[in-house]
Design a protein around this ligand. Sequence first.
Ligand SMILES: Cc1ncc(COP(=O)(O)O)c(C=O)c1O
Length: 386
Amino acid sequence: MHLSRLALSLGQSATLKLNELANNLKAEGKPVVHLGGGEPEEKIPAGAFEEGRKMLDAGFVRYTPTSGTAALKKEIAAYTEQYYGVKPGPRNIVVASGAKQAIYNFLVSVIDPGDQIVFPAPYWVSYPEMVKLAYGTPVVARPKAGELLVTAEDIESCITTNTKAILLNSPNNPSGQVYPEAFIREMVEICEYRNIYLLMDDIYNQLVFDGLKAPSAYNFSKRPLDESVIVSINGVSKTFSMTGFRIGWSVANAAITQAMVKVQAQISSCPSALSQAAAAGALRAGGDFVATLRAGLEKKRDVMVAELSKLKKVKLHKPQGTFYSFADFSAYEPDSTKLSALLLEKCMVVTVPGIEFGLEGHLRLSYCGSEKDIIEGVTRIRKVLD
Ligand SMILES: Cc1ncc(COP(=O)(O)O)c(C=O)c1O
């Protein structure tokens, strides 16, 4: 049967595929250690549970407005004001079925066929495919050898008259690195000067360690929100350990927000009412939950770094946030797909090949699981490689 050229051209999500593989192996009773995951292991916040249960008790779970409920938008506005110093109105917010859909809404709203979206490597696995889904062309800026962060010049050299947006994810999946203030300032200046969008995928922006903060793009713009080129994406998946609820959102000027609402209306009507109620509950009660999650992840980051440093030939930039480490294993095997397959075969440890994030020679190892798994997983890898 016929399949579209677009469908045929799309790659599978490497991380979702590996999750499935790890779960299948576990179900078969194999002693697999999953260092490829992308979700915290904590239970959801009590506030999320209570609000979700209230709605189920009432027995009414209906469509909501396409751009989200007033109750959740109110919490998102308060959250944005607290962490970004910018207060969006309801016209600036679209609640979506995950940050992923919020990004897709944006891409479909700005891309004409062939337009370019520029983003740095290493990048989240989905960016290139999502840009392609919107009939755009992904353009990747690459860091210098041995580095995980690009410079403003690296980005600028990729921009053409067809560029519609720069897309940044900081702290970054997979590297765990936070882009410095000077870089973010330059990105805002470039985008404002050229009148192109700056899409900030801030899904991990509360999960930053060592007392650091991820610089907010809004700090470097004097434009009011309705004239802003900045589109910020956030959600409850990572920060509130609510991946399965599928709630994310965008904050942006009213004009692009309207376009994104139209896109979403024709694709999913609205995000789940039940999940929106739970997300509002999580945000309302939020701060302590996030602080505890962050402290736990920082401790696990330290365990991961200590374990990886025992490998003789691994090079690692210490992650500053997220729950990922992105280590250079090229001295053992330059082909990351081969290395990841070898580790699964020889010691049943799941890792994600760096090539999936646009940077060969690396492996992404997650530390969102248990400390025991981190130690066991990296010890097994060391026994195979050293
Ligand atoms: C960088 C980045 N952006 C967006 C997402 C999607 O988040 P959500 O679960 O809210 O769709 C992820 C999930 O892994 C991610 O790593």
